[in-house]
Design a protein around this ligand. Structure first.
Ligand SMILES: [Zn+2]
Length: 229
């Protein structure tokens, strides 16, 4: 993929985060990867959204070495890179502090699969990480955030579960492309809001059955996906 095309896609994803109301001020960032070239493009830090151009997207290698861009990358870069290194099937990462998903993250609670809206995108409860230790926070905090996510996914498939809540912080989402990751972040926020209302109405609810979860997730994402046909 041509570098400018990757940068354009990443810019579009960053602008979409704002359009969809997921970012308060600059608390949001999207990135994308060209797997063949081994290059990641990410939002620069400290540039107003209205002024951003594709060429402002900072390009670096998977180890963080900057190869293009005179601007500084988003301060969350090391979390994004850790996810790209650990999950070879993903092509885009989005981080926001969207309100309802962040509320669940702050509560340290995974989001139960209460209904089919959830099941269409997330094949099970959206997991929450462990809290970071003092050493992890005082050390390479941003990288350690990524490592906490990867630890949480030891027994999870990042394609079937394209989102995570970082305890006491906020969600990270991903997808096959940067725009896919934005869509997952938008749906996560809606699902998080619905789940809060559901938990208020039905504090003992444990969610939908495995059969209904599978039926909805697999019709959209399974080998014989029929959704939308
Ligand atoms: Zn954050």
């Amino acid at each position: 993929m041509e570098l400018l095309r990757l940068q354009t896609k990443v810019l579009e994803a960053n602008l979409d985060i704002v359009r969809r109301g997921l970012a308060l001020y600059t608390f949001g960032n999207a990135s994308g990867i060209d797997r063949q070239a081994g290059l990641v493009a990410i939002k620069p830090s400290g540039v107003p959204y209205e002024q951003m151009t594709p060429a402002d997207m900072v390009v670096c290698e998977l180890d963080g070495k900057i190869v293009d861009g005179r601007l500084k990358p988003s301060s969350d870069l090391d979390t994004h890179l850790e996810l790209y290194r650990a999950f070879p099937s993903i092509g885009g990462v989005v981080h926001t502090h969207s309100e309802f998903a962040t509320a669940w993250a702050q509560a340290g609670r995974s989001i139960p699969a209460f209904g089919t809206t959830h099941a269409d995108y997330f094949h099970g409860p959206v997991p929450v990480t462990e809290e970071l230790s003092a050493e992890e926070i005082e050390g390479n905090y941003v990288l350690n955030t990524g490592k906490a996510i990867v630890r949480r996914f030891r027994d999870l498939d990042p394609i079937a579960m394209p989102a995570v809540l970082v305890a006491g912080h906020a969600p990270f989402c991903w997808g096959k492309t940067p725009m896919d990751a934005v869509q997952n972040a938008v749906v996560l926020e809606t699902v998080a809001r619905m789940a809060l209302y559901t938990a208020i109405l039905c504090p003992d609810g444990s969610g939908i059955s495995q059969a209904l979860l599978d039926r909805h997730y697999l019709r959209k994402h399974g080998a014989n996906a029929s959704y939308g046909q």
